[in-house]
Design a protein around this ligand. Sequence first.
Ligand SMILES: [Zn+2]
Length: 378
Amino acid sequence: MLKLILCILLTLLPPSFAADSGEGNSAVIRIAIARNVPSFRINTSGKVYVLEVKTGQKYMLLERSAYEVKYISPSRLAVAGATLQSPVKLLAADGGDRVKLNNRFYKGDIYMKTTAAEKLEVIEHLPVEDYLCGVLPVEMSPDWPLEALKAQAVASRTYALKKANPKKDYDITDGVDTQVYNGASGMNSRIIEAVNSTRGEVLKYKGRLLTAFFHACCGGHTASASSAWGEEVLKPLYGVTDPFCSTSTHYKWDFYATTRDLLSFIQNNGSAAFRIKSVRVYKRDRSGRAVSLRFVTDRGSFTVKASALRKVFSTYDIKSTMITRIAPLNGGYEFTGRGWGHGVGMCQEGAKHMALAGRNYKKILRHYYPGAEIKDVN
Ligand SMILES: [Zn+2]
């Protein structure tokens, strides 16, 4: 049954469509919430309109209904079987959640468009302060101390605004490659307080937004952005000692790798070896992280980047490059290390323990981003 009512609505959009400008920060962020998909299903909760952006024609979708959206051609997509010109925008007639996609609710304006790769992408436009309320519950935890949540709000706001790129269809993705966002779910009053009480506050260095990286646990010393990714070394991302995360769950890890897996790893990285005689950390950076590993093999020594190991073995197994020990065990090797994640910027476990020890969010941010200033975004 065609659920799209093909009547053109001549009424103007109600005022509730305007993004909440609030005070201090009215920036809107564009989040890619689905990419490179041939089709997907959306569920409407309230009354939702579909607007063809180029023609201005509006159609109405029924409340609480499911619709399939499909790629048709470079300039067309289908919503509930009706072919429309790409892009289309979903607009809610009333407030609250608008649509559900992949079991997540979204409150912002949703754009659906075809791509050059003959697929669809879905982009949500949302005031950045509302976006942060969806980031914090997944990037930290609603149960963590308020001052740690506030520090995360400032770091995540800064990171997101730094990503703004008008030349692209969207500013930021919703996955671990940037920062995780699952729509308008998981927030509670503490998350909202953490976001509202730091509204518009960002980290700046020499007048410019800082790329405010953060990670789960540093293992005792945060990493330099230059060492991790060859980024320009800015003082706030140079790396600091961290005495605060040592009691956290992720402070220590170990992983057993079989000789067979390690051999396959070095062979895939260009080694002609058939047998591994020993493995050790060859070079470390200032923070103590392994930069390279050296394998002694039947075909001589072979050096490989430590970061390559995390790409091949899971980042849940080799949790960081702060590898403290590699020891032969049962015909394979046991890797022992500290921390979880890339280690650059704020250590979230450390932030939690600083907050538990009574430090406020500004002290936390100044510790992990030394030299950066906490400023209003405008
Ligand atoms: Zn730490």
